[in-house]
Design a binder for this molecule. Structure first.
Ligand SMILES: [Fe+2]
Length: 243
């Protein structure tokens, strides 16, 4: 009788690489210092992740990071935090804000902070429209890069599945914030994440962790059996590309 509500039993993050997070210390609104980054690494280990690629914000207005500032923060983390038995942090990327500055820079060159040398993680303002995204997507593909849209469920102006499908048809990959399924960003974002998951629109899943509590909160994530099947597809896709 309660078949529909059966829970998905497998570990959710075992073996995965977290490809969106703010683990690097003192560089954006994520980890404040080395001690906090160390705590986050413990959190990753507890969840079963095997590796992490940090993606600090690159956003001219608030976090004007450059390849140099990110490289320095990565060096700091590598020197003080990484231990043999801990999760691996093999490289770094960024979470680029798509704004006028990003578009201007795109005209003159190729962004340097990539994931696995070919993916680029993008975000827009939470109340932003999709027009600039579409243009960015087109130009990035011309440069043989594959854009990944971070947490599509969090953008307020994208309301229906058709809007998302149109964006995917342009060539975007979608990355789910696992915290969205726990209602961490509010009930509407949760509902949208569930809808996009059910529609099979996500390609990747990540924590977008800014501090250790985010990772602790994820310990309580449970999926229905139906959601688990979709999650399994995302996991396989991700393991193939971020191992
Ligand atoms: Fe983020």
């Amino acid at each position: 009788m309660f078949q529909f509500f059966k829970k998905y039993q497998k570990p959710l993050f075992e073996g995965l690489c977290d490809m969106h997070n703010h683990l690097l210390p003192s560089i954006d609104d994520g980890s404040k210092d080395i001690a906090m980054s160390s705590k986050m690494l413990e959190g990753y280990l507890a969840l079963g992740f095997t590796s992490v690629i940090p993606t600090p914000h690159v956003y001219q207005e608030l976090y004007p990071n450059t390849p140099e500032t990110v490289k320095d923060a990565f060096g700091n983390l590598s020197k003080h935090c990484l231990k043999e038995e801990s999760v691996k942090v093999p490289s770094y990327g960024a979470e680029y804000m798509v704004d006028e500055v990003f578009m201007k820079n795109l005209e003159s060159g190729i962004p340097e902070l990539l994931l696995k040398e070919k993916y680029i993680l993008l975000e827009i303002n939470f109340f932003g429209a999709t027009a600039m995204l579409e243009s960015a997507c087109f130009q990035l593909q011309q440069k043989e890069l594959r854009p990944i849209l971070a947490h599509p469920e969090r953008y307020h102006l994208m309301e229906n599945v058709a809007t998302y499908k149109a964006l995917k048809n342009k060539g975007f990959y979608f990355q789910l914030n696992a915290l969205s399924l726990l209602g961490h960003y509010g009930p509407q974002v949760k509902q949208k994440a569930e809808k996009l998951l059910q529609a099979g629109l996500y390609d990747f899943v990540a924590t977008d962790a800014h501090h250790p509590q985010h990772l602790k909160t994820l310990q309580s994530l449970r999926l229905s059996k139906k959601q688990g099947l979709m999650w399994e597809g995302i996991r396989e896709f991700q393991l193939d590309r971020f191992s």
